[in-house]
Design a protein around this ligand. Structure first.
Ligand SMILES: C[S@@+](CC[C@H](N)C(=O)[O-])C[C@H]1O[C@@H](n2cnc3c(N)ncnc32)[C@H](O)[C@@H]1O
Length: 172
């Protein structure tokens, strides 16, 4: 939340009411000052306007989403042209060895996840957190220069100023 800056706001989107209630207790001060807003909902249908967010991060969540195209389409829709989306995920080979991942987890090869991000119109940088081949992955995605929505009809400077001032960011 510190990365959102002193006047920035952060949104959390979560499908589980239990997790939302835990977050509401833990971050009650930030919620009271409207620095943090929690939303009950899914990453496949985000409660934000087009290009509303300056950044988004989601860690260890995509295994639970069957419709990854829909999720990435939504994330691409809500990111502004200078925004950055970060997806953290464990290596699928590591995950496949865990006893619980056989129960409803969607484990996908990382290149497939990258392809889906690209299909959503994003450029993707792939990093790993560690030296070994099965280290956890970070996918850092930006709106593609050629596919990012244009701001035709809008004052580009005013739009940027508004985004910079508010710097809304989402977490899950
Ligand atoms: C394994 S936890 C990860 C929590 C945290 N990001 C971390 O790494 O510790 C996965 C979380 O994603 C949430 N989740 C699953 N599907 C989701 C969806 N479609 N939209 C939003 N959140 C979802 C789950 O309810 C759960 O709280």
């Amino acid at each position: 939340m510190t990365d959102a800056g002193p006047s920035g706001s952060v949104h959390g989107v979560e499908v589980s009411e239990t997790m939302l209630s835990q977050a509401a207790g833990r971050y009650r001060r930030d919620i009271a000052t409207q620095r943090l807003s929690l939303h009950s909902g899914s990453m496949t249908q985000l409660p934000f306007a087009d290009e509303a967010l300056h950044g988004a991060i989601t860690v260890n969540t995509i295994y639970f989403v069957a419709e990854l195209d829909k999720e990435f389409g939504e994330l691409a829709r809500v990111m502004n042209s200078r925004g950055r989306l970060v997806i953290g995920l464990a290596d699928p080979d590591v995950m496949a060895k865990l006893p619980f991942t056989g129960h409803g987890f969607h484990l996908r090869p990382v290149p497939d996840v990258i392809d889906k991000l690209r299909s959503a119109g994003l450029t993707v940088e792939h990093r790993q957190i560690g030296e070994h081949a099965n280290a956890p992955h970070l996918l850092i995605a930006h709106a593609s220069r050629e596919t990012s929505r244009t701001t035709a009809g809008l004052d580009r400077n005013r739009l940027s100023a508004s985004i910079e001032r508010d710097r809304p960011t989402t977490l899950s």
